[in-house]
Design a protein around this ligand. Sequence first.
Ligand code: GDP
Ligand code: MG
Length: 595
Amino acid sequence: MKQSHIRNFAIIAHIDHGKSTLADQIMALTQTVSVREQHAQLLDDMTVEQAHGVTVKARTVRNYYQADDGQEYEYNLIDTPGHVDFNYEVAKSLAATEGAILLVDATQGVQAQTIANYRIAKQRQLTLIPVLNKVDLPSADIDAALAQLNDLDSAFTPEQVLQISAKTGQGVPAVLEAIKQRLPAPKGNLHQPLKALVFDSLYDPYQGVIAYVRLIDGQLKSQQALRLMQGQQDFNGKTIGVFAPQMHPQESLSAGDVGYVATGIKDPRKVRVGDTLTSVATPTQRPLAGYQPAKSMAFAGLYPKNNDYPALKEAVQKLNLNDPSFTYVEERSEALGVGFRCGFLGTFHLQIIRERLHDEYGVDVLTTAPNVTYHVTLTNGQQVIVNNPVQFPAFSLIKEVTEPFMKAEITMPADNLNAVLKLAEQHKGTLIDLANSGDLIVASLKIPLSEIAYHFFSELKSVSHGFASLSTAFMANEVSDLVKVEVDINYAPVDALTFIVHREDAPNMTQQLVANLKTTVPRQLYPTPVQARVEGKVIARVDVPPLRKNAAVNGEQHSTSKKAALLRRQSANKRRASKNTIKLPQSVFNAILSL
Ligand code: GDP
Ligand code: MG
Protein backbone atom coordinates (compact mmCIF):
# COMPACT_ATOMS: atom_id res chain seq x y z
CA MET A 1 0.00 0.00 0.00
CA LYS A 2 1.27 3.49 -0.87
CA GLN A 3 2.06 5.56 2.22
CA SER A 4 -0.45 8.19 1.15
CA HIS A 5 -3.12 5.52 1.61
CA ILE A 6 -2.14 4.50 5.13
CA ARG A 7 -3.60 5.92 8.34
CA ASN A 8 -2.33 4.89 11.78
CA PHE A 9 -4.58 5.96 14.64
CA ALA A 10 -5.79 5.21 18.12
CA ILE A 11 -9.03 5.83 19.96
CA ILE A 12 -8.58 7.65 23.25
CA ALA A 13 -11.33 8.17 25.80
CA HIS A 14 -12.34 8.12 29.41
CA ILE A 15 -13.26 4.64 30.64
CA ASP A 16 -16.68 3.37 29.42
CA HIS A 17 -17.06 6.15 26.85
CA GLY A 18 -17.26 3.50 24.10
CA LYS A 19 -13.77 2.86 22.69
CA SER A 20 -14.15 -0.88 22.33
CA THR A 21 -17.63 -0.53 20.87
CA LEU A 22 -16.38 1.94 18.27
CA ALA A 23 -13.38 -0.29 17.46
CA ASP A 24 -15.80 -3.16 16.84
CA GLN A 25 -17.97 -0.95 14.59
CA ILE A 26 -14.94 0.09 12.56
CA MET A 27 -13.89 -3.53 12.10
CA ALA A 28 -17.41 -4.50 11.14
CA LEU A 29 -17.83 -1.65 8.64
CA THR A 30 -14.48 -2.37 7.00
CA GLN A 31 -15.35 -6.07 7.03
CA THR A 32 -12.15 -6.87 8.87
CA VAL A 33 -14.25 -9.21 10.90
CA SER A 34 -16.86 -11.34 9.20
CA VAL A 35 -20.29 -11.39 10.77
CA ARG A 36 -19.71 -14.98 11.87
CA GLU A 37 -16.55 -14.05 13.76
CA GLN A 38 -18.07 -10.99 15.29
CA HIS A 39 -18.88 -11.29 18.92
CA ALA A 40 -19.10 -8.56 21.51
CA GLN A 41 -15.92 -6.53 21.88
CA LEU A 42 -13.40 -8.43 19.82
CA LEU A 43 -10.36 -6.57 21.00
CA ASP A 44 -10.98 -7.39 24.66
CA ASP A 45 -10.09 -11.06 24.62
CA MET A 46 -8.76 -11.57 28.11
CA THR A 47 -11.28 -12.86 30.64
CA VAL A 48 -10.41 -10.10 33.11
CA GLU A 49 -11.02 -7.47 30.49
CA GLN A 50 -14.46 -8.81 29.90
CA ALA A 51 -15.19 -9.01 33.62
CA HIS A 52 -14.08 -5.40 34.22
CA GLY A 53 -15.11 -4.11 30.82
CA VAL A 54 -11.73 -2.41 30.42
CA THR A 55 -8.96 -2.86 27.91
CA VAL A 56 -5.72 -3.73 29.67
CA LYS A 57 -3.20 -4.51 26.99
CA ALA A 58 -3.07 -2.41 23.85
CA ARG A 59 -3.98 -4.24 20.63
CA THR A 60 -3.62 -3.33 17.03
CA VAL A 61 -5.71 -4.25 14.00
CA ARG A 62 -5.30 -3.61 10.28
CA ASN A 63 -8.50 -2.74 8.39
CA TYR A 64 -9.03 -1.98 4.69
CA TYR A 65 -11.37 0.89 4.04
CA GLN A 66 -13.17 1.58 0.73
CA ALA A 67 -13.32 5.36 0.79
CA ASP A 68 -15.94 7.54 -0.89
CA ASP A 69 -13.28 8.42 -3.51
CA GLY A 70 -13.41 4.77 -4.65
CA GLN A 71 -9.91 4.01 -3.40
CA GLU A 72 -8.79 1.56 -0.77
CA TYR A 73 -7.00 2.73 2.38
CA GLU A 74 -5.10 0.82 5.03
CA TYR A 75 -6.37 1.76 8.49
CA ASN A 76 -4.23 0.56 11.37
CA LEU A 77 -6.23 0.88 14.58
CA ILE A 78 -4.29 0.71 17.81
CA ASP A 79 -6.47 0.10 20.83
CA THR A 80 -5.48 1.81 24.08
CA PRO A 81 -6.41 1.00 27.67
CA GLY A 82 -8.75 3.31 29.52
CA HIS A 83 -7.82 3.16 33.18
CA VAL A 84 -5.72 5.59 35.20
CA ASP A 85 -3.26 2.80 36.14
CA PHE A 86 -2.46 2.31 32.48
CA ASN A 87 -1.42 5.73 31.21
CA TYR A 88 1.90 4.16 30.33
CA GLU A 89 0.22 1.81 27.85
CA VAL A 90 -1.61 4.77 26.32
CA ALA A 91 1.68 6.60 25.69
CA LYS A 92 3.22 3.46 24.15
CA SER A 93 0.36 2.98 21.72
CA LEU A 94 0.22 6.62 20.71
CA ALA A 95 3.91 6.60 19.76
CA ALA A 96 3.02 4.39 16.80
CA THR A 97 0.30 6.68 15.39
CA GLU A 98 -0.12 10.01 13.58
CA GLY A 99 -3.52 10.76 14.99
CA ALA A 100 -6.31 9.73 17.31
CA ILE A 101 -10.05 9.81 17.71
CA LEU A 102 -10.87 11.61 20.95
CA LEU A 103 -14.10 9.96 22.01
CA VAL A 104 -16.44 11.55 24.56
CA ASP A 105 -19.62 10.06 25.98
CA ALA A 106 -22.36 12.67 25.37
CA THR A 107 -24.16 11.67 28.59
CA GLN A 108 -21.01 12.25 30.67
CA GLY A 109 -19.08 14.93 28.84
CA VAL A 110 -15.36 15.59 29.13
CA GLN A 111 -13.89 13.64 32.05
CA ALA A 112 -10.49 13.53 33.73
CA GLN A 113 -9.14 10.74 31.55
CA THR A 114 -10.36 12.58 28.46
CA ILE A 115 -8.18 15.49 29.50
CA ALA A 116 -5.22 13.29 30.52
CA ASN A 117 -5.30 11.40 27.20
CA TYR A 118 -5.76 14.64 25.28
CA ARG A 119 -2.59 15.99 26.88
CA ILE A 120 -0.53 12.89 26.08
CA ALA A 121 -1.72 13.09 22.47
CA LYS A 122 -0.89 16.80 22.22
CA GLN A 123 2.60 16.20 23.63
CA ARG A 124 3.11 13.75 20.80
CA GLN A 125 1.76 16.32 18.33
CA LEU A 126 -0.95 13.99 17.12
CA THR A 127 -3.87 15.20 15.02
CA LEU A 128 -7.14 14.65 16.87
CA ILE A 129 -10.66 14.01 15.63
CA PRO A 130 -13.17 14.92 18.37
CA VAL A 131 -16.18 12.58 18.42
CA LEU A 132 -19.26 12.60 20.64
CA ASN A 133 -20.56 9.11 21.32
CA LYS A 134 -23.85 7.71 22.67
CA VAL A 135 -25.99 10.41 21.07
CA ASP A 136 -28.73 7.76 20.83
CA LEU A 137 -29.30 7.95 24.59
CA PRO A 138 -32.10 10.24 25.84
CA SER A 139 -29.78 11.44 28.62
CA ALA A 140 -27.21 12.73 26.11
CA ASP A 141 -26.54 16.43 26.64
CA ILE A 142 -24.96 17.23 23.31
CA ASP A 143 -24.79 21.00 23.74
CA ALA A 144 -23.06 20.76 27.10
CA ALA A 145 -20.55 18.23 25.79
CA LEU A 146 -19.84 20.37 22.70
CA ALA A 147 -19.16 23.37 24.93
CA GLN A 148 -16.78 21.32 27.09
CA LEU A 149 -14.88 20.08 24.06
CA ASN A 150 -14.57 23.63 22.79
CA ASP A 151 -13.19 24.68 26.20
CA LEU A 152 -10.65 21.86 26.07
CA ASP A 153 -9.35 22.93 22.67
CA SER A 154 -10.56 25.93 20.72
CA ALA A 155 -10.02 23.94 17.51
CA PHE A 156 -12.84 21.61 18.59
CA THR A 157 -15.67 23.77 17.27
CA PRO A 158 -19.17 22.23 17.12
CA GLU A 159 -18.73 21.87 13.31
CA GLN A 160 -15.56 19.83 13.84
CA VAL A 161 -17.08 17.43 16.35
CA LEU A 162 -18.69 14.31 14.87
CA GLN A 163 -21.78 12.91 16.59
CA ILE A 164 -22.21 9.17 16.62
CA SER A 165 -23.65 6.13 18.30
CA ALA A 166 -20.99 3.45 18.33
CA LYS A 167 -23.71 1.07 19.45
CA THR A 168 -26.16 1.52 16.58
CA GLY A 169 -23.52 2.54 14.04
CA GLN A 170 -25.16 5.92 13.43
CA GLY A 171 -22.55 8.45 12.22
CA VAL A 172 -19.68 5.96 12.16
CA PRO A 173 -19.20 6.09 8.33
CA ALA A 174 -18.46 9.82 8.72
CA VAL A 175 -15.76 8.92 11.25
CA LEU A 176 -14.15 6.59 8.70
CA GLU A 177 -14.14 9.37 6.09
CA ALA A 178 -12.75 11.89 8.60
CA ILE A 179 -9.85 9.54 9.36
CA LYS A 180 -8.90 9.65 5.69
CA GLN A 181 -9.42 13.40 5.31
CA ARG A 182 -8.18 14.82 8.59
CA LEU A 183 -5.37 12.51 9.73
CA PRO A 184 -1.99 12.80 8.02
CA ALA A 185 -0.46 9.85 6.18
CA PRO A 186 2.87 8.57 7.50
CA LYS A 187 5.89 10.40 6.09
CA GLY A 188 8.71 7.85 6.22
CA ASN A 189 11.17 7.16 3.43
CA LEU A 190 10.83 3.76 1.82
CA HIS A 191 14.34 3.92 0.33
CA GLN A 192 16.19 4.62 3.58
CA PRO A 193 17.60 1.81 5.77
CA LEU A 194 15.01 0.03 7.90
CA LYS A 195 14.02 1.97 11.03
CA ALA A 196 11.09 0.67 13.11
CA LEU A 197 9.73 1.43 16.56
CA VAL A 198 9.00 -1.50 18.89
CA PHE A 199 5.87 -0.22 20.62
CA ASP A 200 4.64 -3.35 22.35
CA SER A 201 5.42 -7.03 22.69
CA LEU A 202 3.81 -10.32 23.43
CA TYR A 203 5.36 -13.60 24.48
CA ASP A 204 4.53 -16.77 22.62
CA PRO A 205 5.89 -20.05 23.98
CA TYR A 206 6.59 -21.38 20.46
CA GLN A 207 7.74 -18.29 18.58
CA GLY A 208 9.40 -16.39 21.42
CA VAL A 209 8.85 -12.65 21.72
CA ILE A 210 6.54 -11.17 19.11
CA ALA A 211 7.47 -7.52 18.67
CA TYR A 212 4.76 -5.05 17.62
CA VAL A 213 6.47 -2.65 15.24
CA ARG A 214 5.71 0.60 13.51
CA LEU A 215 7.92 1.07 10.44
CA ILE A 216 9.27 4.59 10.17
CA ASP A 217 11.63 4.15 7.19
CA GLY A 218 12.56 1.34 4.80
CA GLN A 219 11.22 -2.16 4.39
CA LEU A 220 11.04 -5.27 6.52
CA LYS A 221 11.07 -8.73 4.96
CA SER A 222 10.58 -12.12 6.56
CA GLN A 223 13.71 -14.16 7.34
CA GLN A 224 15.87 -11.02 7.45
CA ALA A 225 18.90 -10.48 9.72
CA LEU A 226 17.67 -7.85 12.20
CA ARG A 227 19.10 -5.78 15.03
CA LEU A 228 17.62 -4.22 18.16
CA MET A 229 19.80 -1.16 18.65
CA GLN A 230 19.39 -0.42 22.40
CA GLY A 231 19.25 -4.07 23.38
CA GLN A 232 22.32 -4.73 21.18
CA GLN A 233 20.73 -7.92 20.03
CA ASP A 234 20.93 -9.41 16.54
CA PHE A 235 18.52 -12.11 15.45
CA ASN A 236 17.00 -13.67 12.40
CA GLY A 237 13.43 -12.53 12.00
CA LYS A 238 11.00 -15.40 11.59
CA THR A 239 7.56 -14.60 10.25
CA ILE A 240 6.33 -11.05 9.90
CA GLY A 241 2.77 -9.92 9.40
CA VAL A 242 -0.21 -7.87 10.49
CA PHE A 243 -3.07 -8.32 12.95
CA ALA A 244 -6.40 -8.59 11.21
CA PRO A 245 -7.28 -9.06 14.09
CA GLN A 246 -5.63 -12.49 14.25
CA MET A 247 -1.98 -12.77 13.16
CA HIS A 248 -1.75 -12.75 9.36
CA PRO A 249 1.71 -13.50 7.88
CA GLN A 250 2.95 -11.17 5.10
CA GLU A 251 5.93 -11.13 2.75
CA SER A 252 6.99 -7.61 3.70
CA LEU A 253 6.10 -4.47 5.62
CA SER A 254 6.96 -0.95 4.42
CA ALA A 255 7.52 2.53 5.85
CA GLY A 256 4.31 3.68 7.54
CA ASP A 257 3.01 0.16 8.21
CA VAL A 258 2.16 -1.35 11.58
CA GLY A 259 2.65 -5.07 12.13
CA TYR A 260 4.60 -7.73 13.99
CA VAL A 261 7.88 -9.64 13.81
CA ALA A 262 8.28 -13.04 15.42
CA THR A 263 11.79 -12.65 16.83
CA GLY A 264 12.44 -16.17 18.12
CA ILE A 265 14.08 -14.45 21.14
CA LYS A 266 13.22 -16.35 24.31
CA ASP A 267 14.25 -13.69 26.82
CA PRO A 268 11.62 -10.92 26.76
CA ARG A 269 13.96 -8.48 28.53
CA LYS A 270 15.98 -8.33 25.32
CA VAL A 271 13.05 -6.88 23.38
CA ARG A 272 12.37 -3.54 25.01
CA VAL A 273 9.44 -1.37 24.16
CA GLY A 274 10.81 1.87 22.66
CA ASP A 275 13.79 0.14 21.05
CA THR A 276 14.67 0.70 17.40
CA LEU A 277 14.65 -2.23 15.01
CA THR A 278 16.94 -2.07 12.00
CA SER A 279 18.63 -4.44 9.56
CA VAL A 280 22.08 -5.93 10.12
CA ALA A 281 23.07 -5.51 6.45
CA THR A 282 22.32 -1.76 6.23
CA PRO A 283 21.64 -0.41 9.70
CA THR A 284 20.14 3.03 10.21
CA GLN A 285 22.51 5.67 11.57
CA ARG A 286 20.25 7.15 14.21
CA PRO A 287 17.99 5.19 16.56
CA LEU A 288 14.62 6.65 17.59
CA ALA A 289 14.26 8.46 20.89
CA GLY A 290 12.75 5.75 23.10
CA TYR A 291 10.40 6.25 25.99
CA GLN A 292 10.72 5.54 29.69
CA PRO A 293 9.85 2.04 30.82
CA ALA A 294 6.90 1.79 33.21
CA LYS A 295 7.83 2.15 36.86
CA SER A 296 6.20 0.03 39.54
CA MET A 297 4.37 2.31 41.94
CA ALA A 298 2.73 -0.09 44.38
CA PHE A 299 4.21 -3.26 45.86
CA ALA A 300 2.62 -6.19 47.63
CA GLY A 301 3.55 -9.72 48.64
CA LEU A 302 1.78 -12.53 46.79
CA TYR A 303 1.79 -15.93 48.51
CA PRO A 304 0.24 -19.19 47.33
CA LYS A 305 -2.95 -19.95 49.24
CA ASN A 306 -2.56 -23.71 49.12
CA ASN A 307 1.24 -23.86 49.42
CA ASP A 308 1.58 -24.49 45.68
CA TYR A 309 4.67 -22.38 45.24
CA PRO A 310 5.80 -23.97 41.93
CA ALA A 311 2.44 -23.17 40.31
CA LEU A 312 2.61 -19.55 41.50
CA LYS A 313 6.20 -19.22 40.29
CA GLU A 314 5.32 -20.43 36.84
CA ALA A 315 2.29 -18.14 36.69
CA VAL A 316 4.12 -14.94 37.74
CA GLN A 317 6.92 -15.66 35.27
CA LYS A 318 4.45 -16.04 32.44
CA LEU A 319 2.45 -12.98 33.48
CA ASN A 320 5.63 -10.90 33.56
CA LEU A 321 6.44 -11.96 29.99
CA ASN A 322 3.03 -10.88 28.88
CA ASP A 323 2.94 -7.72 31.02
CA PRO A 324 6.46 -6.40 31.79
CA SER A 325 5.01 -3.60 33.93
CA PHE A 326 4.20 -6.34 36.47
CA THR A 327 7.46 -7.26 38.26
CA TYR A 328 8.41 -9.88 40.86
CA VAL A 329 11.22 -11.00 43.15
CA GLU A 330 11.14 -14.00 45.42
CA GLU A 331 10.73 -13.30 49.12
CA ARG A 332 10.26 -15.36 52.25
CA SER A 333 7.88 -14.53 55.05
CA GLU A 334 7.92 -16.30 58.39
CA ALA A 335 4.17 -16.24 58.51
CA LEU A 336 3.41 -17.17 54.90
CA GLY A 337 6.41 -19.08 53.59
CA VAL A 338 7.90 -18.50 50.16
CA GLY A 339 6.21 -16.08 47.79
CA PHE A 340 6.92 -13.00 45.70
CA ARG A 341 7.22 -9.27 46.27
CA CYS A 342 5.50 -7.89 43.21
CA GLY A 343 5.42 -4.43 41.67
CA PHE A 344 2.33 -2.90 40.06
CA LEU A 345 1.42 0.29 38.24
CA GLY A 346 -1.27 0.84 40.86
CA THR A 347 -3.81 -1.02 42.95
CA PHE A 348 -6.20 -1.60 40.05
CA HIS A 349 -3.33 -3.31 38.26
CA LEU A 350 -2.79 -5.45 41.38
CA GLN A 351 -6.43 -6.47 41.30
CA ILE A 352 -6.20 -7.34 37.58
CA ILE A 353 -3.10 -9.49 38.21
CA ARG A 354 -4.83 -11.34 41.06
CA GLU A 355 -7.75 -12.12 38.81
CA ARG A 356 -5.54 -13.17 35.92
CA LEU A 357 -3.68 -15.54 38.27
CA HIS A 358 -6.99 -17.08 39.20
CA ASP A 359 -8.64 -17.10 35.74
CA GLU A 360 -5.70 -18.01 33.52
CA TYR A 361 -3.52 -20.08 35.83
CA GLY A 362 -5.90 -21.40 38.48
CA VAL A 363 -3.67 -19.96 41.23
CA ASP A 364 -5.21 -18.30 44.29
CA VAL A 365 -2.99 -15.99 46.26
CA LEU A 366 -2.82 -14.27 49.63
CA THR A 367 -2.02 -10.60 49.09
CA THR A 368 -0.37 -8.49 51.76
CA ALA A 369 -1.25 -4.81 52.13
CA PRO A 370 0.28 -2.85 49.25
CA ASN A 371 2.91 -0.21 49.92
CA VAL A 372 4.92 2.35 47.98
CA THR A 373 8.72 2.66 47.74
CA TYR A 374 10.43 4.49 50.63
CA HIS A 375 13.91 5.99 50.43
CA VAL A 376 15.51 5.83 53.87
CA THR A 377 18.68 7.70 54.84
CA LEU A 378 20.37 6.13 57.85
CA THR A 379 22.20 8.09 60.53
CA ASN A 380 25.46 6.70 59.12
CA GLY A 381 24.63 8.31 55.77
CA GLN A 382 23.76 5.06 54.00
CA GLN A 383 20.75 5.04 51.64
CA VAL A 384 18.24 2.20 51.69
CA ILE A 385 15.38 1.68 49.23
CA VAL A 386 12.49 -0.17 50.85
CA ASN A 387 9.82 -1.98 48.84
CA ASN A 388 8.95 -4.34 51.67
CA PRO A 389 7.88 -2.88 55.05
CA VAL A 390 9.67 -5.73 56.85
CA GLN A 391 12.96 -4.28 55.59
CA PHE A 392 12.19 -0.81 56.93
CA PRO A 393 15.17 -0.09 59.23
CA ALA A 394 14.85 0.19 63.02
CA PHE A 395 13.81 3.72 64.04
CA SER A 396 17.00 4.33 66.00
CA LEU A 397 19.03 4.02 62.78
CA ILE A 398 16.92 6.37 60.65
CA LYS A 399 17.85 9.94 59.84
CA GLU A 400 15.14 10.68 57.30
CA VAL A 401 12.56 8.97 55.08
CA THR A 402 11.13 10.17 51.77
CA GLU A 403 8.08 8.87 49.94
CA PRO A 404 6.67 9.50 46.46
CA PHE A 405 4.31 12.45 46.01
CA MET A 406 1.95 12.66 43.06
CA LYS A 407 0.33 15.47 41.20
CA ALA A 408 -3.35 14.58 41.22
CA GLU A 409 -5.76 16.37 38.93
CA ILE A 410 -9.35 16.05 39.99
CA THR A 411 -11.98 17.14 37.50
CA MET A 412 -15.43 17.74 38.97
CA PRO A 413 -18.59 19.84 38.82
CA ALA A 414 -18.26 23.05 40.86
CA ASP A 415 -20.65 21.96 43.65
CA ASN A 416 -18.36 19.05 44.54
CA LEU A 417 -15.37 21.28 45.20
CA ASN A 418 -15.76 21.64 48.99
CA ALA A 419 -16.31 17.94 49.59
CA VAL A 420 -13.39 17.02 47.35
CA LEU A 421 -11.01 19.52 48.97
CA LYS A 422 -11.99 18.20 52.39
CA LEU A 423 -11.28 14.65 51.29
CA ALA A 424 -7.94 15.70 49.81
CA GLU A 425 -6.99 17.40 53.07
CA GLN A 426 -7.79 14.24 55.04
CA HIS A 427 -5.33 12.51 52.74
CA LYS A 428 -2.59 15.09 53.26
CA GLY A 429 -3.14 16.69 49.88
CA THR A 430 -2.17 20.33 49.32
CA LEU A 431 -3.80 22.43 46.64
CA ILE A 432 -1.49 23.66 43.88
CA ASP A 433 -3.94 25.11 41.41
CA LEU A 434 -7.62 25.53 40.61
CA ALA A 435 -8.74 26.01 37.02
CA ASN A 436 -12.03 26.14 35.16
CA SER A 437 -12.77 24.04 32.15
CA GLY A 438 -16.28 25.07 31.18
CA ASP A 439 -18.69 23.94 33.92
CA LEU A 440 -15.99 21.74 35.39
CA ILE A 441 -13.33 22.61 37.93
CA VAL A 442 -9.89 21.04 37.73
CA ALA A 443 -8.14 20.96 41.12
CA SER A 444 -4.43 20.14 41.01
CA LEU A 445 -3.07 18.74 44.23
CA LYS A 446 0.18 17.48 45.62
CA ILE A 447 -0.54 14.31 47.58
CA PRO A 448 1.45 11.33 48.88
CA LEU A 449 1.07 8.29 46.64
CA SER A 450 0.50 6.17 49.76
CA GLU A 451 -2.62 8.24 50.46
CA ILE A 452 -4.20 7.76 47.05
CA ALA A 453 -3.04 4.23 46.30
CA TYR A 454 -5.85 2.46 48.12
CA HIS A 455 -9.31 3.86 48.69
CA PHE A 456 -8.94 7.42 47.54
CA PHE A 457 -10.51 6.78 44.16
CA SER A 458 -13.64 5.14 45.56
CA GLU A 459 -13.93 7.80 48.30
CA LEU A 460 -13.67 10.45 45.63
CA LYS A 461 -16.44 8.78 43.65
CA SER A 462 -18.54 8.62 46.79
CA VAL A 463 -18.15 12.27 47.94
CA SER A 464 -18.79 13.50 44.41
CA HIS A 465 -21.73 11.14 43.76
CA GLY A 466 -19.74 9.64 40.88
CA PHE A 467 -19.00 12.92 39.11
CA ALA A 468 -15.34 13.57 39.94
CA SER A 469 -12.51 11.86 38.12
CA LEU A 470 -8.85 11.51 38.88
CA SER A 471 -5.65 11.56 36.90
CA THR A 472 -2.23 11.26 38.51
CA ALA A 473 1.43 11.66 37.64
CA PHE A 474 4.59 11.24 39.70
CA MET A 475 6.02 14.51 41.06
CA ALA A 476 8.95 13.88 43.40
CA ASN A 477 10.09 12.04 46.50
CA GLU A 478 9.77 14.19 49.61
CA VAL A 479 10.42 13.84 53.30
CA SER A 480 7.57 12.49 55.44
CA ASP A 481 7.30 11.46 59.07
CA LEU A 482 6.75 7.72 58.71
CA VAL A 483 6.81 4.88 61.20
CA LYS A 484 6.81 1.11 60.94
CA VAL A 485 3.90 -0.71 62.61
CA GLU A 486 4.58 -4.30 63.64
CA VAL A 487 1.84 -6.67 64.68
CA ASP A 488 2.20 -9.47 67.22
CA ILE A 489 -0.26 -12.30 67.48
CA ASN A 490 0.06 -14.31 70.66
CA TYR A 491 3.24 -12.31 71.45
CA ALA A 492 5.00 -13.45 68.28
CA PRO A 493 5.58 -10.93 65.49
CA VAL A 494 3.80 -11.66 62.19
CA ASP A 495 6.12 -10.23 59.54
CA ALA A 496 3.55 -10.24 56.74
CA LEU A 497 1.34 -7.81 58.71
CA THR A 498 4.04 -5.13 59.03
CA PHE A 499 3.19 -1.81 57.40
CA ILE A 500 4.39 1.78 57.16
CA VAL A 501 2.18 4.69 58.13
CA HIS A 502 2.36 8.45 58.75
CA ARG A 503 3.16 8.95 62.42
CA GLU A 504 0.10 11.08 63.14
CA ASP A 505 -2.18 8.33 61.81
CA ALA A 506 -0.57 5.50 63.77
CA PRO A 507 -2.69 5.66 66.98
CA ASN A 508 -6.01 5.72 65.15
CA MET A 509 -5.10 3.17 62.54
CA THR A 510 -3.69 0.66 64.99
CA GLN A 511 -6.80 0.94 67.22
CA GLN A 512 -8.98 0.18 64.22
CA LEU A 513 -6.65 -2.55 63.06
CA VAL A 514 -6.67 -4.52 66.31
CA ALA A 515 -10.46 -4.14 66.45
CA ASN A 516 -10.67 -5.63 62.94
CA LEU A 517 -8.21 -8.39 63.80
CA LYS A 518 -10.33 -9.34 66.81
CA THR A 519 -12.92 -10.70 64.42
CA THR A 520 -10.64 -11.99 61.66
CA VAL A 521 -7.78 -13.80 63.44
CA PRO A 522 -8.92 -17.42 63.73
CA ARG A 523 -9.89 -18.25 67.30
CA GLN A 524 -7.66 -20.63 69.23
CA LEU A 525 -8.32 -22.78 72.29
CA TYR A 526 -6.84 -20.00 74.41
CA PRO A 527 -7.37 -16.23 74.35
CA THR A 528 -5.01 -14.77 71.75
CA PRO A 529 -3.56 -11.33 72.38
CA VAL A 530 -3.06 -9.16 69.29
CA GLN A 531 -0.94 -6.05 69.63
CA ALA A 532 0.47 -3.34 67.40
CA ARG A 533 3.90 -1.90 68.14
CA VAL A 534 5.50 1.33 66.96
CA GLU A 535 9.13 2.08 67.76
CA GLY A 536 9.21 -0.62 70.41
CA LYS A 537 6.04 0.49 72.23
CA VAL A 538 2.71 -1.34 72.18
CA ILE A 539 0.15 1.28 71.15
CA ALA A 540 -2.93 -0.90 70.63
CA ARG A 541 -3.99 -4.26 71.99
CA VAL A 542 -6.95 -6.60 71.98
CA ASP A 543 -7.60 -10.22 72.98
CA VAL A 544 -9.14 -12.56 70.44
CA PRO A 545 -11.57 -14.65 72.53
CA PRO A 546 -10.93 -18.40 72.72
CA LEU A 547 -12.97 -20.98 70.85
CA ARG A 548 -14.05 -22.66 74.07
CA LYS A 549 -15.21 -20.87 77.15
CA ASN A 550 -12.42 -19.75 79.40
CA ALA A 551 -11.72 -22.16 82.25
CA ALA A 552 -11.13 -19.30 84.66
CA VAL A 553 -14.57 -17.83 84.01
CA ASN A 554 -16.60 -21.01 83.82
CA GLY A 555 -14.65 -22.69 86.55
CA GLU A 556 -17.63 -23.74 88.65
CA GLN A 557 -18.50 -26.39 86.04
CA HIS A 558 -15.14 -28.07 86.56
CA SER A 559 -13.47 -29.64 89.54
CA THR A 560 -10.85 -27.41 91.14
CA SER A 561 -7.99 -29.57 89.88
CA LYS A 562 -9.36 -29.59 86.32
CA LYS A 563 -9.69 -25.81 86.42
CA ALA A 564 -6.14 -25.43 87.63
CA ALA A 565 -4.92 -27.71 84.86
CA LEU A 566 -6.76 -25.68 82.21
CA LEU A 567 -5.36 -22.43 83.53
CA ARG A 568 -1.87 -23.91 83.51
CA ARG A 569 -2.34 -25.02 79.94
CA GLN A 570 -3.56 -21.61 78.89
CA SER A 571 -0.63 -19.80 80.39
CA ALA A 572 1.75 -22.41 78.98
CA ASN A 573 0.35 -21.70 75.56
CA LYS A 574 1.02 -18.08 76.20
CA ARG A 575 4.62 -18.70 77.12
CA ARG A 576 5.31 -21.13 74.31
CA ALA A 577 4.34 -18.72 71.56
CA SER A 578 7.69 -17.48 70.30
CA LYS A 579 6.85 -18.45 66.76
CA ASN A 580 3.40 -18.22 65.30
CA THR A 581 1.65 -21.31 64.10
CA ILE A 582 -1.75 -19.75 63.44
CA LYS A 583 -2.70 -20.00 59.78
CA LEU A 584 -3.80 -16.58 58.60
CA PRO A 585 -6.67 -16.16 56.13
CA GLN A 586 -6.87 -13.33 53.54
CA SER A 587 -9.40 -11.57 55.80
CA VAL A 588 -6.56 -10.80 58.24
CA PHE A 589 -4.69 -8.90 55.51
CA ASN A 590 -7.90 -7.24 54.41
CA ALA A 591 -8.16 -5.91 57.97
CA ILE A 592 -5.21 -3.64 57.10
CA LEU A 593 -6.51 -2.87 53.63
CA SER A 594 -9.86 -1.72 54.97
CA LEU A 595 -8.38 0.94 57.29
P1 GDP B 1 -14.66 1.54 26.70
O1 GDP B 1 -14.40 1.37 28.17
O2 GDP B 1 -14.37 2.96 26.29
O3 GDP B 1 -13.99 0.52 25.82
O4 GDP B 1 -16.24 1.43 26.53
P2 GDP B 1 -17.11 0.24 25.90
O5 GDP B 1 -16.98 0.22 24.42
O6 GDP B 1 -16.80 -1.01 26.65
O7 GDP B 1 -18.56 0.79 26.23
C1 GDP B 1 -19.02 0.97 27.55
C2 GDP B 1 -20.52 0.74 27.60
O8 GDP B 1 -21.20 1.74 26.83
C3 GDP B 1 -20.95 -0.60 27.02
O9 GDP B 1 -22.00 -1.10 27.80
C4 GDP B 1 -21.44 -0.23 25.62
O10 GDP B 1 -22.43 -1.13 25.15
C5 GDP B 1 -22.02 1.13 25.85
N1 GDP B 1 -21.98 1.97 24.64
C6 GDP B 1 -20.90 2.24 23.87
N2 GDP B 1 -21.24 3.06 22.85
C7 GDP B 1 -22.56 3.31 22.98
C8 GDP B 1 -23.50 4.11 22.22
O11 GDP B 1 -23.18 4.76 21.24
N3 GDP B 1 -24.78 4.13 22.69
C9 GDP B 1 -25.16 3.45 23.78
N4 GDP B 1 -26.45 3.52 24.15
N5 GDP B 1 -24.32 2.69 24.50
C10 GDP B 1 -23.03 2.62 24.12
MG1 MG C 1 -12.85 -1.16 26.23
